[in-house]
Ligand binder design. Structure first.
Ligand SMILES: [Zn+2]
Ligand SMILES: [Zn+2]
Length: 253
């Protein structure tokens, strides 16, 4: 069974209800962190997971609300009471290595991985195998190098993740036939902002891609004033879930 844990369903706006972006994919054989926005490390602990168990961190793009806790992750990984020993992969779009180097220089030498192997992989399209997953990505419409991901588990289950993106063909491609489409939904319909989706656009992607279930996330505060599920259902006939922090979605199969 795969567990998708929502660590943070919000954005860069400080919110009592929603932390910044963060998700865990846990299968029993592997544990993948997707994004590490502010609050992610505490959210991992709150969800009952040990951050030492994380095998890889994937980034969709390098905005602060998706990456800021990377420094905390690396610092905590080398604390002498309980240092990390497991290898760690950090994967993301071009610029991921530069971001990491920037953090390392800024906090030198306190982020250096002395007790574990750290691999950085910059990706922009294509796919590769990782433990029990095949992980693919495509560029989407947000920043220059923003990516959406397709996590295909060896069981056949597929979870697609939009990162931050406007409606585009590659979003539909990455989500094609996915059991779960985890799609950003930054602003309500009527408040559309370039580079982001609304509920109805997320529904449109899920319908065109033929997804089994749509999970809406990455909500700016105005989204909490409207029925985003109804907005998505105006375009998509399947089940729609409004993500909340600390929510776990089980993908069985
Ligand atoms: Zn964002
Ligand atoms: Zn962004």
């Amino acid at each position: 069974m795969i567990e998708l844990v929502v660590l943070g369903s919000g954005t860069a706006i400080p919110s009592a209800r929603r932390r910044s972006s963060g998700y865990l994919l846990q299968t029993g054989r592997s544990c993948i962190l997707v994004e590490s926005g502010p609050g992610t490390m505490q959210a991992i602990a709150r969800a009952g997971y040990d951050f030492h168990d994380i095998d890889a961190i994937f980034y969709s793009h390098l905005h602060v609300d998706h990456t800021a806790s990377l420094a905390q992750f690396l610092f905590a990984s080398r604390l002498p009471d309980d240092p990390r020993t497991k290898a760690l992969l950090i994967a993301g779009p071009p610029g991921t290595g530069q971001l990491l180097d920037g953090f390392r220089e800024l906090y030198t030498p306190w982020l250096e991985p002395e007790t574990f192997k750290l691999e950085v992989r910059e990706i922009s399209h294509g796919s590769f195998d990782f433990i029990d997953w095949n992980i693919g990505c495509l560029p989407v419409e947000h920043t220059d190098n923003a990516l959406a991901y397709r996590f295909e588990h060896e069981s056949g289950k597929v979870i697609a993740y939009s990162g931050d993106s406007d409606y585009c063909e590659n979003l539909v491609r990455i989500a094609r036939g996915a059991d779960i489409a985890l799609l950003e939904c930054s602003y309500p319909d009527g408040m559309k902002v370039r580079g982001h989706l609304t509920p109805s656009l997320a529904g449109k992607v899920a319908r065109e891609a033929g997804c089994g279930k749509l999970v809406l996330t990455h909500f700016y505060p105005p989204c909490d004033e409207v029925d985003v599920v109804a907005g998505a259902k105006s375009e998509y006939p399947g089940e729609v879930i409004r993500a909340e922090d600390n929510m776990t979605i089980e993908v069985t199969g």
